[in-house]
Design a protein. Structure first.
Ligand SMILES: *Cc1c(COP(=O)(O)O)cnc(C)c1O
Length: 424
């Protein structure tokens, strides 16, 4: 599509957008008396207007039934979590028995590493991306120490080449090959949180398996953003949070994927709890852990129903909108944002923004490295009701999301940035 940098063009795209009415299903934060332009759905997705009712239902059932709600609530809490795999199959590209909704993201990463990071004398390396999200870095570091190893001996970070921001797939695959005999685990994010790069999960998984290692992904910035095929790519495990693109509320319940071939393997090592135990005999309260032969076998605790109610409210909206439609619109929005940023650069003598997100491997997020005036641009955006995200030392992350952002949002953003940068 040939884009134009005019309000008329942007609003025409909005008119033609078959998903445009979904915006009305969300509360849009108000700044200075009017609706903000919310570009931080990659950080905390907005609240669906239906969420309160879903949560209220559970509060009412708790009030009415007390403990009996486990079996007599409208949606009994005993099996509450069982609604989710079906709703997430399309979003993560996995079989229902490979998916479980539980805990929070970093907790799940640790639980999965307990199963899939089993270092030996020969194989103990973890290969990951440079600049992984800090929580992931701390998880890798502490897992190494937990096994009595020195993180400096264990962790291999694949870097972008000098002066570049994107990590080449070629370099990832070569690194895995170089360390084939000593690698226990390859873990990457699906989408890097900082530059928005989508990793080639299929190729990385195949390379890890060729090397005889397990392969897992942290999908915090990928779930609900880009199409995923975890099962077909033969990924071993993955985890994600629900409060970014999945709009399920701050600190909301997270998700995990365990490939069927491992999920059914009862002898795979794991940290266990009663909710992972065989359902029929769970309440016999007997000795001897007998895991459910699906991803549910990694559950520890009974379901956090209030948080799950918020998750359900949001996933019902994804179901209604159709995930493929959301992906298509998300790509159009980020393509338009690329175009608008180039228009900003054209309007000034010296290029002021370097886009560090690869155009051919991106989701909704576009990261702008500001050559100058970064903080000023960021503050002025906020002053004008545009919420973006600032990352030291000089990166602004912008994520127009398909459920509630518009093409006109993107156009307006460009106009405001132009006003600031032209003043220099
Ligand atoms: C957002 C994010 C986290 C946050 O972890 P929580 O356990 O949900 O606090 C971790 N890792 C990545 C890659 C993230 O993007």
């Amino acid at each position: 599509m040939i884009f134009e940098n005019t309000r008329a063009f942007a609003s025409q795209l909005d008119e033609q957008d078959t998903l445009k009415h979904f915006r009305d299903k969300f509360y849009i934060p108000i700044i200075n008396g009017s609706e903000s332009i919310y570009f931080t759905g990659n950080s905390l997705g907005l609240q669906p207007k239906t969420t309160q009712d879903y949560v209220l239902n559970e509060l009412e059932d708790w009030a009415s039934f007390g403990v009996e709600g486990h079996f007599h609530a409208r949606q009994p809490w005993f099996s509450y979590h069982e609604m989710f795999p079906q709703l997430l199959t399309k979003i993560v590209g996995a079989l229902p028995e490979e998916i479980v909704v539980m805990n929070q993201l970093t907790v799940n990463l640790h639980l999965l590493m307990a199963s899939f990071y089993q270092p030996t004398k020969e194989r103990f390396k973890i290969i990951c991306e440079a600049k992984a999200f800090p929580s992931d870095q701390y998880a890798f570091e502490s897992q190494a120490k937990f096994h009595g190893l020195n993180p400096d001996d264990v962790i291999i970070e694949v870097q972008p080449r000098a002066g570049k921001h994107v990590i080449l797939t070629e370099d990832i695959l070569t690194t895995i090959k170089q360390h084939a005999n000593e690698t226990a685990l390859v873990v990457f994010s699906g989408v890097n949180y900082y530059n928005g790069q989508v990793f080639d999960m299929k190729a990385i998984t195949a390379a890890a398996h060729d090397a005889g290692a397990f392969c897992g992904f942290d999908l915090a910035h990928a779930a609900g953003n880009i199409p995923l095929q975890l099962h077909n790519w033969d990924v071993d495990f993955a985890c994600w949070c629900s409060y970014k693109y999945l709009n399920s509320g701050p600190g909301g319940v997270a998700g995990a994927y365990i490939n069927q071939k491992h999920a059914a393997n009862k002898s795979l090592k794991r940290l266990a709890g009663w909710w992972g135990h065989h359902k029929e005999s769970r309440f016999m309260m007997e000795k001897g852990f007998n895991p459910i032969p699906t991803a549910e076998g990694w559950q520890l605790s009974n379901a956090p129903v209030l948080s799950m109610a918020a998750h359900k409210a949001s996933l019902d909206i994804f179901e209604e909108a159709g995930f493929e439609n959301l992906v298509t619109k998300g790509q159009q929005l980020s393509n338009y944002l690329f175009f608008i940023i180039e228009e900003i650069n054209k309007s000034v003598e010296n290029k002021i923004i370097e886009i560090i997100t690869p155009n051919n491997a991106k989701g909704c997020q576009v990261s702008m490295l500001m050559m100058e005036k970064g903080k000023e641009v960021f503050d002025t955006l906020k002053h004008n009701g545009i919420l973006a995200d600032w990352r030291e030392p000089n990166v602004i992350r912008i994520a127009p999301v398909p459920l509630y952002n518009t093409f006109e949002d993107v156009w307006k953003f460009g106009e405001i940035v132009k006003l600031i940068v032209k003043k220099r």
